[in-house]
Design a protein around this ligand. Sequence first.
Ligand code: CO
Length: 213
Amino acid sequence: MENSYNKLIEGNRLFSLSKKNDDPEYFKKLSLGQKPDYLWIGCSDSRVPTNEVTGTESGEIFVHRNIANLVVHTDLNMLSVLEYAVSVLEVKHVIVCGHYGCGGVRAAMGNDMFSYVDNWLRNIKDVYQKYETELQAIGDMDKRADRLTELNVIEQVRNLAKTDIVQKAWKKRELHLHGWVYGINNGLITDLNVIHNEQEDIPAIYRYNVNKK
Ligand code: CO
């Protein structure tokens, strides 16, 4: 439909009405500022809407999404979001949430050439290569993709821990990094228990001497 976008505007009116109906001060309170406890780094996939799948409200989660929830150390966009969330908003938790059935992960597993996005998915190929023995041993391609999805999340959490932003925060306060996977087929999040809370959680070569500036 040419004007199918109108349903978004209509949906927005209903959203605004229902929130004001529940709490006449809802938007007034939000307009005062934000103090979210969480930064969410997720996939752009339309089936993983952050607030909806976590049952949270506006103002609760600072969000960054890209194809296949990657944390790339040269990505100015991600680094800017991370810096603002960690240093200014002082979030307590950073969550990388991947999802089973991720098209980006699946594409990275193959050898087909798509477009510019291949350069982005290269980061997942690096994860694949790192765990090649484990992954090649999984014959079922769906299961292999599921495992690569999990390994990709684990590696992205490690990438977060390797940033100066996270390490500087660790010198001052508690900051917890988490790796989760969301199941599109059941709506449930699995915690991969890849928790990073301090510099000692990453290999020595990545640890900055934060005090000796
Ligand atoms: Co995805």
